[in-house]
Design a protein around this ligand. Structure first.
Ligand SMILES: Nc1nc2c(ncn2[C@@H]2O[C@H](COP(=O)(O)OP(=O)(O)O)[C@@H](O)[C@H]2O)c(=O)[nH]1
Ligand SMILES: [Mg+2]
Length: 208
């Protein structure tokens, strides 16, 4: 697996010998329940115009898509996935794949995780229930993941220990706060995942 030499975000160098070498690419999945900020997270960090597949929420979604208590902040919904890319020093590119929110697209998750190093599970602490499915899924598929609490309006309603217990995530799984709208916060969140995945990979190689 590639290692990160610096956490500074830069555009890939152009017109240099290094830029002609194929980049090392790393795939990361951004998951979580409905309206937790997945599309916002991918959009705030991507250094290409993110590909999103947003569709307007209409009255046809009533009773089909669970907007729950957050229907007032949700005018559109991701109907397939979000896609973004971040270039890091060392010709390392992170590709971000945001999962679709609706249960009827859950069949896509098996394809989305192929080749990925890990996942960020975004959580809104006022709606824990929405992220249980993602946590269970990654545990079952043994994909390294971290839990990132999106602090809507800067409010964290629970400390990370309470969140860890509520979600029943293993002790070595990082639980961090983030702000999906902030490039700096999303960058730190992704670096936490990359470090966690690398630790898991090195533990696995020692064990074999
Ligand atoms: N105040 C605030 N709003 C946010 C934050 N993250 C996302 N939102 C808003 O919450 C709504 C749902 O976010 P979205 O990224 O579409 O969620 P998704 O369904 O998980 O992709 C949008 O209107 C966002 O602008 C945040 O950290 N703070
Ligand atoms: Mg979305």
């Amino acid at each position: 697996m590639a290692s990160l030499r610096s956490d500074n975000m830069v555009a890939p160098p152009s017109g240099t010998a290094a830029s002609t070498a194929p980049p090392t690419t790393v795939k990361i999945v951004i998951a979580g329940g409905f309206a937790v900020g997945k599309t916002t997270f991918v959009s705030s960090i991507s250094d290409i115009t993110p590909l999103t597949t947003e569709a307007a929420m209409t009255s046809k979604s009533i009773g089909v898509d669970n907007a729950g208590q957050v229907s007032d902040r949700k005018m559109t919904t991701t109907v397939a996935m979000d896609f973004g890319r971040i270039a890091l020093p060392g010709n390392l590119w992170l590709y971000l794949f945001g999962t679709p929110g609706q249960d009827r697209f859950s069949f896509m998750w098996d394809d989305l995780i192929v080749g990925s190093i890990g996942a960020v599970v975004l959580v809104d602490t006022s709606r824990f229930d929405d992220c249980f499915g993602a946590v269970d899924y990654f545990e079952q598929h043994r994909l390294p993941f971290i839990v990132a609490v999106n602090c809507f309006d800067g409010k964290a309603f629970h400390d990370t220990q309470e969140i860890r217990q509520a979600l029943n995530v293993p002790g070595d799984t990082p639980v961090v706060y983030t702000d999906a709208r902030s490039r700096e916060a999303t960058k730190q969140t992704l670096l936490t995942l990359v470090r966690h995945s690398m630790k898991r990979a090195s533990e696995a190689s020692v064990a074999t």
